[in-house]
Write a protein that binds this ligand. Structure first.
Ligand code: NAD
Length: 456
C-alpha cells in the first residue's frame, strides 16, 4: 500500500516537473561555459528559464557574473540581459541540488595518443553526482562515441550520488524516485548566421521513456523541432555520422583539388557547376586543412570505439590522412610560388592572413594556420600574422606561437602573403594590389585577375 502511494506521488512529481518545463519555470544548470554551453545558457534564459552556468574556471564565472563576455560573437549586452532574467554562474557544484535539469557541455578532445579523452565528462559527472536529487534530468551534449552515456555516465551518476538513486530505464523504474539521463548532441555551426539556433532540430535519446519525455518537454520549449530517437547510442552516433560525412567529403574535395590543379582545371568552377544539380550533390569546399573542436577530432572517437568491435573505419582514417596532409600541400605551393620569384622559403618574409579555423570566428582550436606557421618557421621563414580576432597568440595544446598581431599595412615588404582564413572584413582586391605574391588557400580572391595570385 505504501509502495502504491509512493508510486502515485512520484508520478505526480514527474507530471509537475513536465509542466514546469513546458511553462519554462524549470531551473536549468548548464556545465561548461564555453562555445557551446554559454550560447545555450543565453538561449534558455531568453526563453524565460532560470539558468545557472557551472564552470571550473573561476575567471569565466567572475566575468559572466560581471556581465562580461570572453567570446567575440557573444555580446556583453546579451549576458547583461540574461543576468536581469536571473542567469548567474558558479563554480560550486552543491548548487546542482537546486536544479531540475543539468545539461553537460564540457570538452571531449583527443589525448596525445589520438584516443578519446573523456576526463572532462567523467570529471564533471563525478563532481555533480553527490548532489543529485530525485527526478532530476541529466543530459550530456558533448560529442562522443556511441555508448558513452550508458557506459561512462550512468554508472558514475549511480555510484556517486548520496541518495542511492538509480538511472531510470523503464516506466516501472521511474515510479520510484530516480535520475533521468539522456544524450542530445550539440549541432551548432559557429559563425553561421543563416540558421537560428532554435531552428536546428534537437535530436535526443533517453536511457528510459521518462528521460525521453522530460528531455522532449525541456528542449521542445526552446527548439522548434525535437527529434526523439530510441536510445542515447543512436543520438551519439547521429552526431558522429554528421561530422564524419563532412570530414570525408572535405577530404574528397581536397584530394580532387590537387588533381584538378595538375590538370589545369579550376576546382571551384567545377563545384559551382556541379552545385546546379538539384539533387544528389552537396557542395563541399577545399581548403588548407581541417580545424575546430569537431571535424578533426570527432571521427576518431568512432574509429577508437570501432576497434572494440574488431572493425577498422577505413573512410575515417583515409579522410584524416588527406586532410592532415593539406597544410604540407600549402607549404609546397608557397615554395613553388616563391620559386617563380627565384626565392627560397628560408629567409623569406611571409604574412599569414587569418588564424581562426574558419572565417569570422575567434576560435583557434586545431586550426591549420598553426601547422602552416610552424612548418614555415621550421623551414627558416620569417613569419608574421594578421587576424582581427587575435591580438596575440601564445601557447596552446599543440602549439607555441608566441606572436602578436601585425597591422595590415605595407604588404609589399612581404615576399608572400598567404590567405589561410578568408575573414569577410579583408579587402582582397587591395591585398592583392599591394602584395608581391598571394597564396590563396580559400578562393578568397575569386574574380580578381592577377598573376601575383597562386590559388591552391
Ligand atoms: N564548439 C563547437 O562548435 C561545437 C559544436 C558542436 C559540438 N561541440 C561539442 O560540445 C562540447 C563542448 O565544446 P566547446 O566548444 O563548448 O568547449 P569549450 O572548451 O569552449 O568549453 C568547455 C567549457 O567547459 C569547462 N569545463 C571543463 N571541465 C569542466 C568541469 N569539470 N566542470 C565545469 N566546467 C568544466 C571549461 O572551463 C570550458 O569553459 C564538446 O564535446 C564539443 O565537441 C562543440
Amino acid at each position: 500500500m505504501r509502495e502504491m502511494a509512493n508510486q502515485t506521488t512520484n508520478r505526480a512529481a514527474l507530471d509537475a516537473l513536465l509542466e514546469k518545463m513546458r511553462r519554462r519555470e524549470a531551473r536549468i544548470g548548464i556545465v561548461g561555459m564555453g562555445y557551446v554551453g554559454l550560447p545555450l545558457s543565453l538561449l534558455f534564459s531568453e526563453q524565460g528559464f532560470a539558468v545557472t552556468g557551472f564552470d571550473i574556471e573561476a575567471s569565466k564565472v567572475a566575468a559572466l557574473n560581471h556581465g562580461e563576455s570572453y567570446i567575440v560573437r557573444i555580446s556583453a549586452e546579451s549576458i547583461q540581459q540574461a543576468r536581469k532574467s536571473g542567469f548567474r554562474a558558479t563554480t560550486d557544484y552543491s548548487e546542482v541540488a537546486k536544479m531540475d535539469a543539468m545539461i553537460l557541455c564540457v570538452p571531449t578532445p583527443l589525448n596525445e595518443y589520438h584516443e578519446p579523452d573523456l576526463s572532462y565528462v567523467t570529471g564533471t559527472v563525478e563532481a555533480l553526482a553527490p548532489y543529485l536529487q530525485p527526478n532530476q534530468l541529466v543530459v550530456l551534449e558533448s560529442t562522443t562515441y556511441p555508448g558513452t552515456t550508458d557506459e561512462e555516465v550512468a554508472p558514475r551518476l549511480e555510484k556517486g550520488n548520496r541518495l542511492g538513486l538509480r538511472v531510470a530505464r523503464t516506466w516501472e523504474d521511474s515510479e520510484r524516485p530516480s535520475v533521468h539521463l539522456a544524450f542530445s548532441p550539440e549541432r551548432e555551426d559557429p559563425g553561421n548566421e543563416t540558421v537560428a539556433r532554435a531552428d536546428i532540430p534537437k535530436v535526443i535519446g533517453g536511457c528510459g521513456p521518462v528521460a525521453q519525455e522530460l528531455g522532449t518537454a525541456l528542449y521542445g520549449s526552446i527548439f522548434r523541432r525535437v527529434v526523439p530517437v530510441s536510445s542515447p547510442a543512436v543520438a551519439e552516433m547521429t552526431k558522429l555520422l554528421e561530422n564524419i560525412y563532412r570530414c570525408v567529403n572535405i577530404a574528397l574535395v581536397n584530394e580532387l583539388k590537387q588533381l584538378a590543379m595538375r590538370m589545369g582545371i579550376d576546382i571551384h568552377e567545377v563545384i559551382e557547376a556541379a552545385k546546379t544539380k538539384p539533387f544528389g550533390f552537396q557542395a563541399f569546399y577545399p581548403g588548407p586543412g581541417l580545424g575546430g573542436h569537431c571535424i578533426p577530432i570527432d571521427p576518431f572517437y568512432l574509429s577508437w570505439k570501432a576497434k572494440q568491435f574488431d572493425f577498422h573505419t577505413r573512410f575515417i582514417e583515409l579522410a584524416g590522412e588527406v586532410n592532415t596532409a593539406m597544410p604540407y600541400f600549402v607549404i609546397d605551393q608557397i615554395a613553388a610560388g616563391l620559386n617563380e620569384h627565384a626565392k627560397p622559403i628560408k629567409g623569406s618574409r611571409i604574412l599569414v592572413l587569418g588564424l581562426a579555423y574558419k572565417r569570422d570566428i575567434d576560435d583557434l582550436r586545431e586550426s591549420p594556420s598553426l601547422t602552416i606557421i610552424e612548418l614555415l618557421r621550421q623551414r627558416g621563414a620569417e613569419v608574421a600574422y594578421n587576424d582581427p580576432y587575435f591580438a596575440r597568440v601564445g601557447q596552446g595544446r599543440h602549439y607555441a606561437l608566441n606572436m602578436t598581431n601585425t597591422p595590415l599595412e605595407n604588404l609589399a615588404q612581404y615576399d608572400a602573403v598567404v590567405i589561410v582564413t578568408d575573414h569577410t572584413s579583408y579587402d582582397y582586391a587591395a591585398i592583392v594590389n599591394q602584395s608581391q605574391l598571394v597564396i590563396d588557400t580559400r578562393n578568397a580572391t575569386k574574380g580578381i585577375l592577377s598573376e601575383k595570385i597562386v590559388r591552391c
